[in-house]
Ligand binder design. Structure first.
Ligand code: BGC
Length: 518
């Protein structure tokens, strides 16, 4: 795919000379502001949509419903336009990430990141100065374009710039920055909610900060050697590689980059490859994992936690504070993934994580069914228990389906379909995020407390799927995925003939594309 990562495999036996230089750390930190940008967006909308001044200005009907004594608790916030405010961003992100993948290939990772920050900045300015709903939505579309470009270019950049043996860790740290972005947004909402008239403007305008850092920083960072080679600038690529590795002896790694680029350039249409029979197992598993990730219901919490808390009868402040608590749990629990992902194995974490989420969802659904009627508030103690259960749920997600969704979809594909397959994964994730964002408040209104059982049913399906169908990929070199994983799996092996040509054992990955959350 255009703009795929051309990089060696962190899991392979490659041991190129070179260290984790200050330059790599600085470049990674700057680029990671793209993750912060994305996380800030995820976390900011829920708090803002719960702010009275914001509702009065753009969604007066919701404001009236929210304060109407006899209004159905579950339907206070059900409004298509309010949902569109949150979801429009993801629609734009799908389109932008497609364009960004082409841009990455043609112009490089650096200009794509610069475009991301400019889009994001324009979006933040439009939101901060919004006087009409259309301006607000237009701002969200620009933010979405920024997220799409950023999510495509930044992980690509980090993966290509990192020395192979540090790549996995640096990728999970990127996911960590997303969760930190969400947490910062929750905190900003909490602090601005008491600022009369323009509190929401500060919240939405805050998005400009990471964008400005990324924009300024993008002039300091280097272009990746792979991108330079890909665009015919071999000499500059070699010079850059020496600089970022801090050694002169980079010939071996450079040759691998050149070789990977050549293979990459031979595959003119990776999407056509995805339609072939042997691609079906990784396509199904790599895509379904993202559908499942979103249908854990995580973004219901990330986007609408303050709204949910208000539905239970919390005041605005208590709701925003509760969102800060869940955001903190999210960030801290992601740390667990960094240390356990390569030890415990993917399947165990996914099954265990989904079970924790399942217990929490069922308990929340049960409590709300029992205590939250259409017109009454949840008693104080029960409401606190629900907040605790939401924290448990977020914890279960943060060390399993959060980072692993992205990790698995980037490692199950063989060389020739990895980039196309990963693009499919990103697109599916963004689309499902859009679906959830666009429909949750209406679903809450019609399904009421049963909505939690809806997500619980998904979680049961996921556990069964992972247990029965998903192969374990821990510790398997990416190059051996077909031979050692797919061809050995009790079900998926039927997609491969015994006459299949043994796959070339490339020691390099062509176009591995890892996402923020790895
Ligand atoms: C998901 C996002 C979610 C985030 C929460 C990511 O893995 O893809 O949709 O908002 O985790 O931390």
């Amino acid at each position: 795919m255009a703009g795929g990562v051309i990089a060696t495999d962190s899991g392979s036996n490659q041991d190129f000379p070179g260290k984790l230089t200050g330059q790599v750390l600085i470049c990674t930190t700057i680029a990671a502001f793209g993750g912060l940008m994305f996380g800030y967006d995820v976390g900011i909308s829920g708090g803002v949509t719960g702010m009275d001044e914001f509702l009065m200005k753009f969604f007066p009907n919701v404001y009236i419903r929210k304060h109407h004594a006899h209004e159905n608790n579950y339907c206070k916030f059900a409004d298509e336009y309010l949902q569109l405010f949150t979801s429009s961003l993801y629609l734009a992100a799908i389109i932008a990430s497609c364009a960004a993948s082409i841009m990455c290939k043609k112009f490089g990772r650096k200009p794509t990141m610069q475009a991301a920050s400019v889009f994001f900045l324009v979006g933040a300015i439009l939101n901060v100065t919004a006087s009409k709903l259309s301006m607000l939505i237009l701002g969200r579309l620009f933010l979405g374009a920024g997220v799409g470009c950023g999510n495509q270019a930044v992980p690509l950049f980090i993966t290509e710039i990192a020395p192979p043996k540090y790549r996995g860790g640096l990728n999970v740290c990127f996911q960590l920055l997303i969760t930190i972005g969400i947490l910062i947004a929750n905190l900003v909402n909490y602090l601005t909610s008491n600022i009369k008239h323009y509190g929401w403007r500060i919240s939405l305008g805050g998005a400009a900060m990471p964008a400005i850092f990324l924009l300024i920083g993008s002039f300091i960072i280097v272009e990746t050697p792979a991108s330079l080679v890909e665009r015919g600038k071999k000499e500059r690529g070699l010079k850059t590689l020496k600089r970022i590795r801090g050694v002169d002896d980079v010939q071996k790694e450079f040759e691998e980059i050149v070789r990977a680029t050549e293979i990459s350039n031979q595959i003119k249409n990776p999407f056509r490859e995805l339609l072939k029979r042997p691609s079906i197992p990784p396509v199904i598993c790599g895509t379904i994992i993202h559908i499942f990730q979103q249908f854990t219901g995580i973004n219901v919490v990330m986007f609408y936690a303050p709204v949910l808390f208000q539905t239970m009868g919390f005041g605005s402040n208590a709701s925003l504070l509760s969102a800060v608590i869940t955001g903190t749990v999210n960030s801290l629990s992601t740390l667990i993934a960094i240390f356990s992902v390569d030890k415990a194995g993917r399947k165990k974490l996914l099954i265990f994580g989904a079970s924790v989420c399942l217990i929490a969802q069922c308990a929340i659904g049960g409590l709300l069914k029992a205590y939250l009627t259409e017109t009454s508030k949840v008693p104080g103690g029960t409401a606190k228990l629900v907040v605790g259960l939401i924290c448990l749920y977020v914890n279960g997600f943060a060390w399993s389906w959060g980072p692993l969704g992205w990790l698995i979809s980037s490692e199950v594909y063989p060389l020739e379909t990895r980039s196309g397959g990963f693009f499919l994964a990103v697109g599916t994730n963004m689309f499902c995020t859009f679906l959830i964002a666009q429909s949750f408040l209406s679903m809450l209104c019609t399904m009421q407390a049963y909505i939690y059982f809806f997500f619980a049913a998904w979680l049961v399906t996921m556990i069964i799927f992972v247990a029965a169908m998903l192969p374990e990929t821990k510790g398997i070199s990416i190059d051996e995925m077909v031979e050692r994983v797919w061809k050995k799996h009790w079900f998926w092996k039927r997609f491969y003939n015994s006459t299949d040509i043994e796959r070339p054992k490339a020691s390099i990955q062509l176009e591995q594309q890892d996402k923020p959350n790895q």
